[in-house]
Ligand binder design. Structure first.
Ligand SMILES: Cc1cc2nc3c(=O)[nH]c(=O)nc-3n(C[C@H](O)[C@H](O)[C@H](O)COP(=O)(O)OP(=O)(O)OC[C@H]3O[C@@H](n4cnc5c(N)ncnc54)[C@H](O)[C@@H]3O)c2cc1C
Length: 305
């Protein structure tokens, strides 16, 4: 780093975790209980914190993502994990350690776990905030179950939205419509949607109607489609800007980061969990399991070193 204000700390942590999502916290808890030196950086927010109802996490009848994370942070601190509210701007790989950098500090660690997650791309729709997480959803595995028997509108910008619409129809409700702008679907999708009586509307949702209860979606052309819930499918953005200097192998599209069976990336010593991995697996309990697997592997390597 050239910036003269940057301070170096002398301590070398066994592991620095970027992101206090379920994966990062579970990894930190395991490592701290192996008596390893662990620090977590978290900038706040995150997809788990925005989940209002989390009902598919073993052992918790129903919780909010915020409660899950707050409890996880308390649990990690109880075992001696240092938790810092800071943004990581850069990770640098050295021969046998990593520098993990904020805008004005460098921290060193033998291993790094990245669990900084992904963010859904949200369309620009008036009134969206009123309904987000209550009747505006972004994930079938998370919230499809809340749509049973309801009038659902799927809005998206690619073939993925058509898959979401077909899945919603098969699993949850008879009443599904799909709105997309200028997407040309393959013939077999057109046929499947027609067979399932899913109306496909060419258009863009401009506004959600209603105050507490969603009554419909108004399109840019003025048409109103009645719906009680909206399932949005506009893709994801990874929170991985701070990894840009690292030679990480990615999937064939150059998007998601590839990892092995213990969640280590192609860069030795750097593990990647949760939303930065495969899209289909973006679930809190999967991220937590990945964190435990990564932590146990890191501990094994420290024991053998
Ligand atoms: C509305 C909604 C509902 C959901 N419902 C469910 C559900 O019911 N069940 C379920 O299993 N999953 C649900 N999910 C998905 C789930 O919350 C996550 O996909 C999963 O927990 C994996 O999260 P993660 O750890 O990868 O990322 P996140 O939970 O997003 O955590 C990443 C953390 O990294 C931090 N971070 C990012 N960049 C930096 C940086 N540069 N420096 C420092 N910190 C950084 C962020 O502050 C954040 O706290 C839902 C998601 C949403 C959005």
């Amino acid at each position: 780093m050239n910036d003269s204000k940057v301070e170096m700390t002398s301590r070398i942590y066994d592991c620095i975790v970027v992101g206090a999502g379920p994966g990062g916290l579970q990894a930190a808890i395991h490592l701290a209980r192996f008596n390893r030196g662990v620090m977590i950086f978290d900038r706040g927010g995150g997809s788990t914190r925005s989940a209002i109802h989390l009902e598919n996490y073993l052992g918790l009848l129903s919780t909010s993502g915020q409660d899950l994370i707050d409890t996880g942070i308390m649990q990690a601190k109880k075992f001696g994990v240092r938790v810092e509210r800071k943004v990581i701007t850069r990770v640098v790989s050295n021969d046998d350690s990593f520098d993990v950098c904020t805008k004005d500090m460098n921290f060193k660690a033998r291993f790094v776990i990245v669990s900084s997650g992904a963010e859904e791309k949200l369309p620009s729709i008036k009134n969206l905030n009123n309904f987000f997480g209550r009747s505006f959803f972004t994930c079938v595995s998370c919230d499809g179950y809340r749509c049973v028997g309801k009038k659902v509108l799927v809005a998206g910008d690619s073939i993925v939205a058509a898959r979401v619409a077909l899945a919603m129809k098969q699993m949850y409700t008879e009443d599904v419509s799909l709105v997309m702008a200028g997407v040309s679907l393959p013939d077999d999708y057109v046929a499947a949607l027609a067979k399932e009586k899913i109306e496909v509307v060419d258009g863009v949702v401009e506004e959600l109607i209603g105050d507490k209860t969603m009554g419909g979606a108004r399109l840019q052309n003025g048409r109103i489609i009645a719906c009680e819930l909206l399932m949005s499918s506009f893709g994801y953005k990874l929170n991985d800007d701070f990894l840009s200097e690292l030679p990480l192998e990615r999937d064939i599209t150059g998007f998601e980061i590839l990892t092995n069976s213990v969640n280590e990336s192609s860069l030795t010593g750097l593990y990647v969990l949760g939303g930065l991995q495969q899209q289909e697996n973006r679930q809190a309990i999967i991220a937590a399991g990945q964190g435990a697997v990564a932590a146990i592997d890191i501990n094994r390597r420290i024991l053998e070193s």
